[in-house]
Write a new protein. Structure first.
Length: 348
């Protein structure tokens, strides 16, 4: 059933002109572009961004552009499938690497897109989210959900670099992306909820009737130390199963952000992993360890702190090549796709 559809050129010039004049166009010459048979044709092209390439450029931005002139000093990962300067790594995922130098602050704002950060390098930085001061240690996942105030500060002595993941492309597509600014927040003088209320998986604070329900985002910080320990323990009993943990909202059990999903993965030394084809695109960020990932036939060799992208329905094969485990975080859009009744997996 693959009838060849008519083309624009087959139509008489006067008819084509008449259509443009009234602002209409025929569907059939473009039908297969928007509804290809059998599966989508991804625009995203898989790419590896080596930290050793990006880091010096980011540090140079620290010399070239004061934070006051940047608001956020970020180099973003541009999908080669969309041409140079595309502000997205995949269809839905924006990823940037942000530099904050000792003593600098990035002013408070809130915006409609949601963000999460993964700390890549350096100690002493913090993000204040709706008044909670969240320390940033290597590997930590820190949420700044849409509508939450956030500013960044750095009380350490060496540059701090973290990865930002935002659902910015989606909000730009919705024509819904905007920000509001405010002065720096004065943080509460107490540790953030991940250190107090949500110390252990499966335990949540008792709420009295006279107390409001918890915020929709009760826990904004997921310390890497606990994530790695949980993965290592899971690995001891996982057999041939993938060692993976999703970051979730501890009160609702849902994904930690509305559209973006974050999944921590451990690859045991020598392990190969062959996930199903998924309808979600992804950006993988390497926390530690070394390995290779073959995506649709192209092999990326990765080192700690590198990031690489995978288009929708990509055939993915991971392999840990070092003699220690490799830890990665997969950033994806499964929560969005599930909400719109679409998420799909196909066996390989
Ligand atoms: O740190 O708030 O990479 O607003 C892009 C937009 C980071 C941030 C980005 C932002 C931020």
């Amino acid at each position: 059933m693959s009838t060849k559809l008519g083309t624009l050129e087959e139509l008489p010039p006067d008819y084509r002109e008449a259509m443009s004049r009234v602002g209409v166009a025929p569907l059939w010459p473009q039908m297969r572009n928007v509804l290809p048979h059998g599966g989508p044709v991804p625009v995203t092209k898989s790419h590896l961004w080596a930290y050793s390439d990006v880091r010096p450029l980011l540090l140079r931005a620290g010399e070239l552009t004061p934070v006051e002139k940047a608001e956020r000093r970020v180099l973003f990962l541009a999908d080669p499938g969309r041409g140079n300067g595309a502000m997205q790594a995949t269809a839905t995922i924006y990823v940037g690497l942000q530099l904050l130098l000792p003593g600098e602050t990035a002013p408070a704002h809130k915006h409609t897109p949601s963000a999460a950060r993964i700390v890549v390098e350096g100690e002493g930085a913090y993000t204040v989210v709706d008044g909670d001061k969240l320390p940033m240690h290597a590997g930590d996942l820190i949420l700044t959900p849409g509508g939450c105030w956030h500013d960044h500060g750095h009380a350490g002595t060496k540059p701090v670099i973290w990865l930002d993941a935002l659902d910015l492309p989606l909000f730009v597509y919705l024509e819904g992306s905007y920000a509001v600014e405010a002065p720096l927040q004065s943080p509460r003088n107490r540790p953030d909820p991940s250190e107090v209320e949500y110390r252990a998986a499966g335990l949540a604070p008792v709420r009295r009737r006279d107390r409001a329900m918890p915020a929709s985002y009760p826990m904004m910080r997921f310390p890497w130390e606990r994530t790695e320990a949980a993965l290592r323990r899971l690995a001891e009993h996982a057999g041939s199963q993938a060692v993976e943990l999703d970051y979730i909202n501890p009160e609702s059990g849902q994904s930690c952000l509305p559209t973006m999903g974050f999944t921590a993965m451990m690859l045991r030394p020598g392990e190969t992993a062959r996930p199903p084809l998924r309808s979600t695109s992804a950006v993988f960020h390497v926390i530690s360890g070394r390995g290779t990932t073959t995506i649709n036939g192209t092999t990326h060799a990765w080192d700690p702190k590198d990031s690489f992208s995978a288009p929708v329905f990509a055939a993915i094969d991971h392999k840990a090549t070092g003699d220690t485990p490799a830890f990665l975080v997969r950033i994806h859009d499964t929560p969005l796709q599930e909400k719109i009744g679409y998420y799909e997996e196909r066996a390989r």
